[in-house]
Design a protein around this ligand. Structure first.
Ligand SMILES: *[C@@H]1O[C@H](CO)[C@@H](O)[C@H](O)[C@H]1NC(C)=O
Ligand SMILES: *[C@@H]1O[C@H](CO)[C@@H](O)[C@H](O)[C@H]1NC(C)=O
Length: 260
């Protein structure tokens, strides 16, 4: 091996070794989907997907002791984006928050959450559109990772709607690389396995880890009823051997997302 190549490889190896080790324990926190879904009508008496919801939750998580107990990440799910479902994204078009519902802007919301000792989680999709039809990140991984880093995002859930699942093997690694090159430490949650069936023993855990995923959503959404929680528990029980083998520091199974 030529000398220069050997020293270059050494350099690369030490750069990799210096990368911060994220998600050494399973990330915990609160996310809005199960209770608030895609409620964008803020004239209703109940909460909607707007900055007030996440600020209130940041206050609650801090003031009620959840942050101190390790429930740190406040995550926005779908429906935070500007525009209306079904719109076509233009080449180079940057993601933006809905300016009516997030009038202070993403950076200000991130600052608010960080000031409470919490982490800022956001959502996108490795498809042409999100599950609710807003712009997806497929083909825009570098741009979106840079945008999220500039906003102060600490955690990304990347969903798998509007992709035929054949694109996962290249799309999820593309976002993983983009996040690693974004200049910010961002925990990467991949919904990849939730879209490829019920048999946990055949899912590509090593490929997901190599793609940079620190955790992955294995299965269906939890609903607001005991039967749903019980089904998820039974699925876990039925697949314990495979799931146990897949998990470890920096690579976690995520059963579903009930409220903290
Ligand atoms: C923001 O969301 C509202 C619904 O709450 C919608 O009517 C409005 O068109 C959206 N605005 C922008 C700029 O996307
Ligand atoms: C778990 O396995 C049992 C026994 O085979 C089966 O009856 C049940 O439906 C399974 N539950 C889930 C959620 O897969």
């Amino acid at each position: 091996m030529p000398h220069s190549l050997a020293s270059m490889l050494l350099l690369l190896a030490s750069a990799a070794a210096q990368k911060p080790q994220l998600a050494q324990t399973p990330p915990m926190g609160w996310m809005s989907w199960q209770a608030f879904r895609c409620e964008v009508d803020c004239a209703k008496p109940d909460a909607c997907i707007n900055e007030r919801l996440y600020k209130e939750m940041a206050d609650r998580l801090r003031d009620d002791g959840y942050v101190a107990a390790g429930y740190r990440t406040i995550s926005i799910d779908d429906c935070w984006e500007a525009g209306v479902p079904g719109m076509l994204r233009r080449p180079g078009e940057q993601l933006m928050m809905n300016a009516t519902r997030f009038s202070s802007g993403p950076k200000s919301l991130a600052d608010y959450i960080h000031a409470r000792g919490a982490k800022f989680g956001i959502y996108s999709d490795e498809g042409t559109k999100t599950c609710q039809g807003y712009y997806g990140s497929e083909g825009y991984e570098d741009l979106d990772a840079k945008t999220f880093a500039a906003w102060g995002v600490d955690y990304l859930k990347l969903d798998g709607c509007n992709n035929d699942a054949k694109g996962f093997a290249t799309g999820y690694p593309a976002m993983g690389r983009a996040l690693q090159q974004s200049g910010r430490d961002i925990v990467y949650s991949c919904s990849w396995p939730a879209y490829i069936g019920d048999d946990e023993s055949v899912k590509p855990y090593d490929a997901m880890s190599e793609a940079g995923c620190h955790l992955w959503r294995n299965w269906h959404d939890v609903q607001c009823e005991w039967s749903s929680v019980r089904t998820i528990m039974n699925h876990w029980g039925n697949n314990t051997a495979a799931l146990e083998k897949a998990a470890g520091p920096g690579r976690w199974n995520d059963p579903a997302r009930p409220r903290a």
